[in-house]
Design a protein around this ligand. Sequence first.
Ligand code: TXA
Ligand code: MG
Length: 327
Amino acid sequence: MSLATTPSKPAAESPATARVCGVAAGAELLLAGGVVAFATETVYGLGADAGNPAAVARVFAAKGRPRFNPLIVHVADLPSADRLGVLPAAARRLAEAFWPGPLTLVVPRRAGAGVCDLVSAGLDTIALRLPDHAGARALVARGGGAVAAPSANRSGAVSPTRMEHVLAEFGREIDALVDGAPSRIGIESTIVGCIGQPVLLRPGAVTRAAIEAVLGEPLRAPAGGGGITAPGQLASHYAPRATLRLDIVQPLPGEPWLTFGPAPPHAPAFPLSAGGDLTEAAARLYAQLRAADALGAPSIAVMPLPGHGLGEAIADRLQRAAAPRPR
Ligand code: TXA
Ligand code: MG
């Protein structure tokens, strides 16, 4: 038996392309069991009411996501997080320092809180995130208060930072997309496991240094020697169709090249940040990967990037995008 769910076929009555709507209509659809894509400050999410197993199952099906890979539950305020999970002292300190913001906390799950088992893939923990995006928070608040949402891309593929990315991939499977601007940050939230000593499960938009400064101690590496950390952190992920070649200072003739900082003339080139700014590079990473991939070349070259600060999350995504794929 394959563990992966197969992508769902569009329902006969579903429109050819998803409806683009505002927060109020999106929230109504969520309450009615719909699947609604929405902008956050990191990447676009594919949301469903976390208490509705049928709606959550549609999210797994649309993404082709393995059922063992749990979803993040988005909340609109700290009391909602407290209703769904038990925040240990370290988690509370991090929540107070970084929420609303691009940090996800994995904490013990509160029994009987109304989140269906499918969301947490049967684990007794729950991943909670309070986004720093007013539209996302309003949608969550009005759409039932707990919205399970993975990034709005096919499982294993490049995350979406623009509305058009989502519509191109999911136009037929989702009920609506809440109108939104390009993602401000462009790279997913940092995930910190707060079961016992805090563990960095996924580097992301909040840097390791910022988190460690609040905790007053270093974050631990996940157990298991760097393989799978969060269940979804599979070696191959965030991958374009083309093969990715990292740390390339001399690309092949005609090979798309993602550059960082000053670069010698080359075509086609896709600058992440001409000025060598990691924040700008993170914001552009996925859109430039998608644009380079759209040329249809067999490989894409990437210039070396520094690994400090946001560079840790960028390097994590690039390494997974470059990893050999199970096909
Ligand atoms: O920025 C983000 O976090 C975006 C936006 C949409 O909020 N969401 C996102 O979701 O990146 P997704 O599904 O692409 O990644 C969620 C990660 C997966 O690696 C999953 O395994 C992990 O969170 N995760 C979820 N629940 C978990 C849990 N209980 N324990 C450990 N990891 C968990
Ligand atoms: Mg994802």
